[in-house]
Design a protein around this ligand. Structure first.
Ligand code: BGC
Length: 379
């Protein structure tokens, strides 16, 4: 009888209202357990966030890493759609920033150098001659303070971190807060805040790798991608912006109409060669401080759709070109070349050295504020 009632509710809901089925036996909320210890003995926690729609997200306070995220396909079947590892040890050993919070500066700063208010700064170099994703120990590799929260139908975790003056070469003590929230309508919402006591560059983002076909799928090339950008940022052979904003018209970077990622990835040309595929920032037609729909990904075999909504002016589309089959992920799945993609909302790369790019400098008395949502549906 109970089964019948549940099934009727699902069908009434689907046919009358077109809403997603409420997964049976869902207990929405946040629970947590210990996930082991760092080499220095500090304990790491894994939080399990469940939304009323049945979506589940596991996140740890080590690097704010999303280790698992489930979303329903067109038949209501939930699958894990993010790349990652089963254990803390694997994340400590070697990870290409799977699922992590990125800071103080997401993306590259040329030669790790910039000048600000008449002072020259030298950052840690961790990507050839450049500084990438905050340096040797960026925000992806620190232990964050974490507090679970539930308000109305939203459930999540608030992460806090005090980045000391001089950390990885950056000026100023920076207080950072990143809030992760799962909403009842299957959105993952990221809200970033920061304040400083000395002017510093700040560019925070989230580095989850997605494969909407599910965990065992070893390619993202069949995903259809739409990005609203009319321009992208060309890079040099060291993956540093040349400073130009180039029109996407007539190039493999025109995603204004949905195109599969694989369709033009091997089309040749200097940009795809330098990026080893797509690894470029797109210039978003944003209305500053409002949330703008900037990208949509559709995976035909599952019907899953991911929509990206953000306040940021840039979107790094990275097609997982450095994945090469050497990393063994969750459940023993080998992460092959281009088996995950990232859509990282952020300011443009190397902005501290590019006066024509929107500023990434945060000053004392100001509050850095940024919001991004990934919304999941299926059709
Ligand atoms: C960058 C890639 C880099 C990757 C690291 C991405 O955000 O754009 O160039 O290799 O992060 O996993």
């Amino acid at each position: 009888m109970r089964k019948f009632v549940t099934i009727s509710v699902i069908f009434t809901c689907l046919f009358l209202f077109g809403c997603e089925p409420q997964a049976p036996d869902v207990v929405a909320g946040v629970t947590s357990d210990s996930w082991g210890r760092l080499p220095d003995g500090r304990e790491v926690t894994l939080f399990h966030i469940v939304s009323p729609s049945g979506m589940k997200m596991d996140v740890t306070n080590y690097g704010g890493i999303i280790t698992s995220l489930t979303a329903p396909d067109r038949n209501g079947k939930f699958d894990d759609i993010v790349l990652g590892f089963d254990s803390l040890e694997s994340y400590l050993e070697n990870t290409p920033y799977f699922g992590a919070i990125i800071g103080r500066y997401g993306n590259r700063i040329a030669e790790g150098r910039f000048s600000l208010d008449g002072e020259n700064y030298e950052l840690a170099l961790n990507n050839g001659a450049n500084h990438l994703h905050g340096g040797l120990v960026g925000f992806d590799k620190v232990l964050w303070d974490a507090e679970p929260f539930s308000d109305e139908e939203n459930h999540g975790v608030i992460f806090k971190y005090e980045s000391a003056d001089g950390e990885e070469g950056y000026p100023g003590n920076l207080s950072v807060e990143v809030k992760y929230r799962l909403t009842p309508d299957s959105r993952v919402v990221f809200s970033y805040k920061a304040t400083t006591d000395k002017a510093t560059p700040v560019n925070l983002t989230q580095h989850t790798y997605f494969n909407l076909a599910g965990p065992a799928s070893n390619s993202i090339l069949g995903h259809e991608l739409m990005i609203t950008a009319a321009e992208f940022i060309p890079i040099d052979s060291n993956m540093i912006p040349t400073g130009e904003l180039r029109a996407v018209d007539g190039t493999p970077f025109d995603f204004r109409k949905p195109v599969t990622i694989g369709e033009r990835i091997n089309a040749g040309g200097k940009q795809l060669e330098y990026g080893r595929g797509y690894d470029h920032n797109f210039v978003l037609p944003i209305v500053a401080t409002s949330l703008n729909l900037v990208a949509r990904v559709f995976e035909p075999s599952s019907g899953r759709i991911m929509t990206v909504i953000t306040t940021e002016p840039g979107l790094q589309f990275y097609s997982g070109n450095f994945l090469d089959g050497t990393l063994v992920g969750k459940g023993g799945v080998v992460y092959e070349h281009r088996s995950g993609f990232c859509l990282e909302t952020q300011h443009f790369p190397d902005s501290p050295n590019q006066s024509a790019f929107p500023s990434t400098i945060l000053r004392p008395g100001e509050t850095y504020s940024s919001h991004t949502m990934y919304a999941f549906t299926a059709e």
